[in-house]
Design a protein around this ligand. Structure first.
Ligand code: IMP
Length: 427
């Protein structure tokens, strides 16, 4: 039975929460497969707004089993406060399953994330400061602490001691910071262990059995295609693989289980943090997009950088992820514009590029080649079907579909749960 992936097609913040929510009724399991509390999903249900960082959006639907997969890095303190925050609003996290193989973000990861960014100065990545990069670094260096280590206090103590043996040297001698006391970390993490124990599971096995039983598993990525460690705008990326290939590794299910790969595509482009962004608008139009679209980070509250739709990026996302359907979000934000520029190619030092340039240097020099599409003045926030959209909005969607090379199957026309135009079923 189906396993579908939801992947951001740009630099993250495309509005995945809304898509997960739309699919909610059909889905049995929602799995986060990478990233950590650097992500931020906002889901609006009625007059309630939920900002989720680490918990899969499925937590909001009582019939869904939310799963944190092995590919995620977990800050246990943050996870528990997110669980407590929802409990205070009457939402139970009892069903939550956490992979025993997921890695833990430790206090030294957060400390190192902050000092290394400061050390980089102007060359900084603009990370969320949540310890994501250092935690993944330790995972790859085989020095990580995993969720299953919480079940064995002896092993946990040893791993913390070994890790801090090295990291305290770096913190004190390279960065001139105070070292971290292993005993205090052990005590803190043993307290987390008590509360997290009931949720720890072999989630790969659980998901495999669920698929055998015909259940629908939705794999939910954080961030987006251009923030992928391999396929993004390196080094201005996150330290994991949000792209669809990463979904299998991060959830522990094989590629031949995937039936749908749904790309989330914003009707314009945003980015948080440093790095190249060819269609960025640093003028009052960019400010207008930011305000109209509410483009302020869910996780860090930072202003998002805003710009026009970039079809080169969309085509790239289609190719890298094997997108079967797009969910186009925030189309309503563009209402009221006379004309809407769309980037169809780049000019790099006088040479036209229809694809993302091969080198970072060229991508930094990419100047957008725009085509202008006619805008629409009508309010589209109550559109229920594609035919309800004004002709120019329909034409804009059709143009984006053609340029990106995959069908647009759903369109967001407002933040609410019901403000979605479904062109064809995503399931
Ligand atoms: P990190 O993931 O905290 O290491 O940050 C690396 C880069 O990814 C920075 O540019 C962040 O702003 C960006 N980033 C991380 N998570 C998100 C997200 O959920 N949305 C958008 N950008 C993100």
């Amino acid at each position: 039975m189906p396993a579908a992936v939801l992947v951001g097609a740009q630099w993250g913040d495309e509005g995945k929460g809304k898509a997960t929510d739309l699919l909610g009724g059909d889905v049995d399991y929602v799995v986060r497969y990478q990233g950590g509390n650097n992500a931020g999903h906002t889901v609006v249900i009625g007059d309630q707004k939920y900002a989720l960082h680490l918990l899969p959006t499925g937590i909001l639907s009582p019939d869904v089993v939310p799963v944190i997969g092995n590919g995620v890095v977990i800050d246990p303190g943050v996870l528990l406060s997110e669980i407590d925050g929802l409990a205070a609003r009457g939402i139970s996290a009892e069903r939550l399953l956490i992979s025993s193989n997921a890695h833990l973000i430790m206090p030294h990861h957060k400390a190192l994330d902050k000092v290394t960014e400061r050390y980089l100065g102007k060359a900084r990545i603009g990370t969320t400061g949540r310890g994501i990069g250092p935690a993944y670094g330790d995972k790859i260096a085989r020095m990580g602490v995993r969720v299953q280590d919480l079940l064995d206090p002896g092993i946990l103590a040893k791993k913390i001691e070994v890790a801090l043996g090295e990291k305290n040297q770096v913190l004190t001698k390279v960065y001139n910071r105070r070292g971290i006391e292993p005993a205090a970390v052990l005590e803190e993490y043993l307290a987390y262990a008590e509360r997290l124990k009931p949720h720890i599971a072999d989630t790969s096995l659980v998901l495999s059995k669920a698929l055998d039983e015909g259940k629908f598993v939705l794999l939910e990525g954080g961030q987006g295609t251009l923030l992928d460690i391999d396929h993004g705008t390196y080094p201005f990326v996150t330290s994991s693989s949000p792209t669809s290939g990463g979904a299998c590794a991060g959830a522990g299910i094989p590629p031949n289980r995937l039936t749908k790969i749904i790309g989330i595509l914003k009707a314009y482009t945003t980015r948080v943090g440093s790095g190249p962004f060819p269609t960025e608008l640093t003028d009052e139009v960019g400010e207008w997009l930011r305000q109209t679209g509410g483009e302020y980070g869910v996780t860090t509250g930072r202003n998002r950088r805003c710009g026009w739709f970039d079809a080169v990026i969309a085509r790239y996302a289609t190719r890298i992820n094997g997108i079967t359907d797009y969910f186009l979000t925030k189309l309503d934000v563009l209402s009221g514009l006379e004309r809407i520029p769309v980037c169809v190619a780049y000019d790099v030092d006088g040479v036209r590029h229809d694809e993302i340039p091969m080198t970072q240097t060229d991508f930094h020099h990419a100047v957008p080649v725009y085509e202008e599409l006619p805008g629409w003045q009508e309010d589209i926030t109550s559109a229920k079907s594609f035919d309800d959209l004004p002709p120019n909005a329909q034409a804009y969607v059709r143009a984006l579909e053609e340029m990106s090379g995959a069908p647009i199957s759903a369109i967001g026309v407002g933040p609410g749960r019901d403000q979605t135009v479904v062109v064809r079923s995503l399931v």
